[in-house]
Design a protein around this ligand. Sequence first.
Ligand code: DLZ
Length: 158
Amino acid sequence: MATALHNLSDYDFSKVPDASNMCFGIVVAEWNSEITGALLDGAVKTLKKHGALPENIHVKTVPGSFELIYGAHQMVLNGGYDALIILGCVVRGDTPHFDFICQGVTYGIAKLNTTSEIPIIYGLLTTNNLQQAKDRAGGRLGNKGDECAVDAIKMAKF
Ligand code: DLZ
């Protein structure tokens, strides 16, 4: 969780394994694309910083966060990945829709983690407003995409 005391982009570089022999899949939602685009930029940049080759980072887009489950499942079935990252942003609205999407994606990705042979890193921002999302997508609290990339490398090595 990002807080005033924890920046999502802060980590110990020396504790992250070399990623030059690893292959990553990223599924990114088009909804709130200003935010998810920034998350994607952060994730790709951080994977490359640790040696991942551009040709070993495969990005697929889906319409909204709910489709991240299907997208990740298809990438698992395609095979060839050491880890996957899902990136989405759900902003609370006036109806309970927010809760259903957040719960659905969280449950779906959690289940996929127990049934797949590779780890799937959870990069879903669930915020009360757009400003909270901006703060966590390269803003004052860092970039959730950076955090997901570091976690993907560590879990690929796990
Ligand atoms: C419908 C919807 C709404 C209201 N809000 C968001 C959102 O904030 N973030 C997001 O990624 N997707 C949203 N969606 C779209 C759903 O995730 C999904 O794409 C549609 O319900 C179709 O399955």
